[in-house]
Write a new protein. Structure first.
Length: 315
C-alpha cells in the first residue's frame, strides 16, 4: 500500500523567481553544506518568501530577502563538523564558536561580488529587537527588516526540525515559543541611554507583526496538508470499495454449487485484484487499508483542530 508523505516545504512550492546564472551560483553554494543545514536553508528561504508576500513586500525586496535567507547559514561552512553536527547540547565554548557563523558568512559574502548584495542575511538573522542577539547585540532601530523576517523563519524551522514533526499536528506549541519571544524582557544591559532603556523594555526578541504573519503561512501549510490527506482518503475509499466487491464475489463463489459458477466469480475476483494481491492475502491487505483510512480521518480532524488553536493565539 503506497502512503502519502507530506513535505512541509516541497521545492515545487518555493518561488525563487529569476533562477539566472548568478542565482544558480548562489544556490549551488548550499551543496557544500551538510544535508541538514542545506535543507534548513531551503526551508527558511521558502518561509521568508511567503512571509514577504503576506507582508505585501514588493517583488524586488521579496526576491532579495529570499536569497538572503538561502544564504543565511552559509558561514556554517567554516564551523567544525564536530560542533555543527553535535547531537547534544553545545558547551559554552562550542556555542561561542557556533555563533561565529554569522560574521564568517558575512565576510564570505563581502569578498564575493555576486554574494555581496545579500550579506545582510548571514549577518543579521540572529540579532534580536531587544539587543539580546548576536553578533553585535543590535536593537530594533539598527536591525534591517530582512534580518527581522529571516530571524522568525529561522527560529520556526529550527524548532520544527528539532522536534521532527511528521505532520502539523502539535505545531501550535512551536508558535507559542515564537510568541513568547515577542514579549518584553527586563534585560536593559545593552541600553546606553534612559530613552533606549525605556524603549527596549517594551521589546522582545522577535517582531510581533512578522510572527503573526508567519501564522498565516503555517495555516496555509496545514490547509495544504489537509487537502493532500483528503485526496489520499479519497483514493483509500475507492480501494475499500474495490475490496468490498471482491468480498461479495468471494461469498458468492463459496455459495455456488456448480464449478462453472465458482469459476465465474473467481475470474471476477482476479480482475479486481491488483499487483501482489491474491485470494489468500487480500483480506489482510483490506484490513490495512481500513486502518489507514481511519488513521487519516483522525489526522484531518486533528489538523482542523490545530487551525482552530492557532487562530486563537494572541501575539
Amino acid at each position: 500500500m503506497k502512503d502519502n508523505v507530506f513535505d512541509f516545504y516541497d521545492k515545487t512550492s518555493l518561488k525563487s523567481y529569476n533562477l539566472d546564472k548568478t542565482m544558480q551560483y548562489q544556490l549551488n553554494l548550499l551543496d557544500k553544506l551538510d544535508v541538514f543545514t542545506r535543507k534548513h536553508c531551503e526551508n527558511v528561504a521558502s518561509l521568508t518568501c511567503r512571509i514577504c508576500e503576506y507582508l505585501h513586500c514588493n517583488k524586488g525586496f521579496t526576491e532579495y530577502c529570499t536569497i538572503c535567507a538561502y544564504l543565511h547559514d552559509i558561514g556554517k561552512l567554516f564551523i567544525p563538523p564536530e560542533i555543527l553536527q553535535k547531537p547534544g547540547k553545545l558547551t559554552d565554548e562550542e556555542y561561542e564558536v557556533m555563533k561565529k557563523h554569522t560574521t564568517l558568512g558575512y565576510n564570505m559574502c563581502m569578498k564575493d561580488l555576486d554574494l555581496r548584495p545579500y550579506a545582510a542575511g548571514p549577518l543579521y538573522h540572529h540579532e534580536a529587537l531587544n539587543g539580546s542577539g548576536y553578533p553585535k547585540g543590535l536593537t530594533k532601530k539598527d536591525i534591517p527588516y530582512e534580518g527581522q523576517i529571516i530571524r522568525v523563519a529561522d527560529e520556526y524551522d529550527a524548532i520544527v526540525s528539532k522536534r521532527q514533526y511528521k505532520s502539523h499536528i502539535g505545531i501550535c506549541d512551536t508558535l507559542k515559543i515564537l510568541i513568547e519571544n515577542t514579549k518584553p524582557t527586563e534585560d536593559t544591559s545593552k541600553s546606553d541611554t534612559l530613552h533606549e532603556m525605556a524603549e527596549n523594555t517594551r521589546l522582545g526578541k522577535n517582531n510581533p507583526i512578522i510572527v503573526k504573519t508567519l501564522f498565516k503561512v503555517v495555516i496555509d501549510d496545514i490547509e495544504y496538508e489537509i487537502y493532500c490527506t483528503l485526496n489520499y482518503i479519497k483514493d483509500l475509499k475507492e480501494e475499500l470499495k474495490r475490496f468490498k466487491e471482491i468480498e461479495k464475489y468471494r461469498i458468492k463463489m463459496e455459495k455456488s454449487k456448480s464449478e462453472k459458477q465458482k469459476n465465474y466469480y473467481l475470474e471476477g475476483i482476479k480482475i479486481l485484484l491488483k499487483d501482489n494481491e491474491t485470494l489468500e492475502n487480500y483480506q489482510e491487505i483490506h484490513k490495512e487499508y481500513e486502518e489507514a483510512y481511519k488513521l487519516r480521518k483522525g489526522v484531518v480532524d486533528n489538523l482542523f483542530e490545530e487551525i482552530k488553536k492557532i487562530k486563537k493565539l494572541k501575539v
